[in-house]
Design a binder for this molecule. Structure first.
Ligand code: GLU
Length: 278
């Protein structure tokens, strides 16, 4: 097995896996197999309020049923919060983050008030030093946001930020599409984008294979890689599977789960054929 091709499947144990997850996991696993590379399973469980041990057990069970094998021990993000905190502290010390005390409701209202098209994404101004000190003293919770303005200042703009997408070729990263993203949530202490780039680097991931729904995330993550001096993997954003209604499979729409498919006698071979992977 070669370290020149290391890919991963990184589910969050917030529900049972469905066909969309199976497609992602199989795509990454197959790519590693063909390349003689390594396949890593990572459990993205920083949000302890939504993750449950039975869903994690379900992930192992479903992937084993699909015939996948992965390296052990499996990295659980919740066990490595100090790694993400270090990256956060580094960014904060360089003046790239600001505290955001706004509630979800306030942000939604601000976006709704903005002239049409002027503010599809959130870019909040940091508070004055006095106002911030007052809110901190009052114990108000806050999130840390990445300041696009400060990031552009440090990097001299974003024109040199690129990544390679296997289908699109060289892509100019436009991290502004995500606005001033949250890198540490009020409740969780770290947010998805930060944990992902830190882990992809720590685990030596060379190929990120995941759905088209995360294409925008890649732009933001590319910026974080530049700010943190991390290597940039190659990206493959695969098509999204859609159900008979033409909509993509999603947990929130109660897509049929892999355990349900299994329960009604479907075999992994049937499923792979149905997904065009057999
Ligand atoms: N944990 C993310 C999810 O379940 C995937 C992260 C990634 O592939 O980068 O959607």
């Amino acid at each position: 097995m070669t370290d020149a091709f290391v890919t991963r499947f990184a589910p969050s144990p917030t529900g049972w896996l469905h066909r969309g997850h199976a497609f992602s996991a199989l795509s990454a696993f197959e790519a590693a197999r063909v390349a003689g590379g390594r396949f890593i399973l990572r459990i993205e469980d920083i949000d302890r309020t939504r993750c449950r041990p039975e869903y994690e057990a379900g992930i192992f069970e479903d992937l084993a049923w699909l015939g996948l094998e992965w390296e052990t021990p499996v990295r659980r993000q919740s066990e490595h919060m100090a790694d993400y905190q270090r990256a956060l502290d580094d960014l904060a010390a360089r003046g790239l983050l600001y505290r955001c005390f706004r509630t979800r409701k306030e942000i939604a209202e601000e976006i709704a008030r903005a002239p049409h098209g002027a503010m599809e994404v959130f870019r909040g101004a940091p508070l004055s030093a006095e106002e911030e000190a007052r809110r901190l003293a009052a114990g108000e919770p806050f999130a840390w946001r990445l300041s696009l303005e400060a990031a552009a200042g440090v990097l001299g703009g974003f024109a040199d930020l690129h990544f390679t997408d296997e289908h699109r070729g060289r892509v100019q990263a436009t991290p502004a599409v995500g606005g001033d993203v949250v890198l540490a949530r009020k409740d969780v202490g770290v947010a998805y984008h930060l944990a992902v780039v830190v882990d992809d680097a720590l685990q030596g991931i060379t190929h990120v294979i995941r759905g088209e729904d995360l294409f925008e995330a890649t732009h933001v993550q590319r910026l974080l890689q530049a700010l943190l001096g991390l290597p940039v993997p190659l990206y493959r954003h695969h098509r999204l599977l859609t159900g008979p209604d033409g909509k993509r499979y999603a947990k929130r729409d109660r897509a049929e789960t892999l355990r349900e498919l299994r329960g009604r006698g479907m075999s992994p071979a049937d499923l792979k054929r149905e997904m065009g992977l057999g």
